[in-house]
Write a protein that binds this ligand. Structure first.
Ligand code: SF4
Ligand SMILES: [Zn+2]
Length: 358
């Protein structure tokens, strides 16, 4: 239960942060169901959801993070990482407070674990309405907007209004997500979202149960397929490889095979280096040999574009044509040069489809 709820609600309202939450349903006994993410919290009167960004106030569910920005930057899209959509462009990247995951190795815990009911006003910019966000993106010479840094899957009221505003002025839109949004959430924002950059942390439920407090990856996989097949979004997947947890040949192969079979062999897979943090501070960083093995296993499984991340690499971020080997896109520390791609996003030498949207 929230203490001094009346004054907190009026503060949030004054900051423009309070909106009646989308996808809520009234239940028995004054409880309200939130269907924005797969936790599907059932929140009693005066209570808050798991992510601490939804509050049941007098029988109505409110989101407390509308227009609340904890971080903002004009980033190269490659930093998300997204390599095959508008390569070399910048996207205005924003995050808010809260998360629906509790990863024991979270590096963004200051914003992800923050309580958006208690602490919004203390270290966030508030009142960043959709038209303001669009203006900021344009002023920073960005071609798109990305919701990132913390989980956009809890921010639907805001991301939806902003995504619509972006589409009106021709900005592209990106979710950098843990994939735990519900199908209803995805279908609500689907018409306005271009890129779905999703984490596939492991194919093993044990990983999700023990490190993230989520029962299974299955719902994430189902919604990821939906993003591709129902909404035609551009998809890229990331696996941060943690020694002893998701680095087995079996798990990496299973992940790569799942991508091939469900999203297609031309879907980019980013395998990134883990650095010890939080409750996993006792582990070593991912050995470079493990990352190289992941690239090999991904290619053996049939993936045509596997990239290394969080590690200095000479060629591990470049795109090569899988047919003729020609260099298609050259990348070095966020310097990106499109060198061998025709206007259709295919290889400029032999026309091989590269799944690149320019
Ligand atoms: S967004 Fe998810 S975690 Fe937050 S209240 Fe809704 S169902 Fe719960
Ligand atoms: Zn080629």
């Amino acid at each position: 239960m929230v203490e001094n709820i009346d004054s907190k609600v009026s503060q949030l309202r004054a900051a423009g942060a309070l909106r009646e939450a989308l996808l809520s349903e009234k239940l028995d006994g004054g409880r309200i169901g939130c269907n924005i993410c797969q936790r599907r919290c059932r929140i009693p009167e005066g209570g808050v959801g798991y992510c601490r960004t939804k509050i049941n106030y007098h029988g109505t569910l409110y989101t407390t993070i509308y227009g609340v920005i904890s971080s903002a930057a004009a980033d190269p899209i490659e930093k998300k990482p997204v390599f095959h959509f508008k390569p070399g462009s910048h996207c205005f990247s924003v995050g808010t407070l809260g998360c629906n995951f509790r990863c024991v190795f979270c590096q963004n815990w200051e914003i992800a674990y923050a309580d958006a009911v208690e602490s919004t006003s203390s270290y966030c910019r508030t009142g960043v309405m959709p038209d303001i966000l669009v203006r900021m993106a344009k002023e920073n010479q960005c071609e798109g907007v990305a919701w990132t840094y913390n989980e956009p899957g809890i921010w639907l009221n805001y991301t939806l209004d902003c995504a619509k505003a972006c589409k009106e002025v021709g900005l592209y839109t990106v979710y950098v997500t843990n994939g735990y949004a519900t199908p209803e959430h995805l279908d609500t924002i689907g018409p306005f979202l271009d890129v779905y950059r999703v984490d596939l942390k492991s194919m093993e439920d044990k990983f999700y149960k023990e490190l993230i407090k989520v029962p299974s990856i299955q719902g994430i996989l189902d919604v990821t397929i939906r993003a591709k097949t129902k909404w035609g979004m551009h998809l890229e997947c990331v696996t941060n490889i943690i020694p002893g947890w998701n680095d087995s040949e079996e798990n990496l192969t299973k992940t790569a095979r799942w991508i091939v079979e469900n999203l297609g062999e031309k879907t980019p897979w980013h395998v990134t280096r883990f650095f010890p943090y939080g409750e996993l501070a006792n582990l070593p960083p991912t050995p470079p040999e493990t990352l190289d093995a992941a690239v090999r296993l991904g290619k053996q499984a049939g993936l045509q574009f596997v990239y290394l991340g969080n590690i200095a690499t000479r060629e591990g971020e470049n795109t090569y044509c899988p047919k003729c080997g020609n260099l298609s896109v050259k990348r070095e520390r966020y310097e990106t040069e499109v060198v061998g791609v025709n206007e259709h996003g295919a290889c400029s030498v032999d026309g091989e489809e590269l799944n690149i949207r320019l």
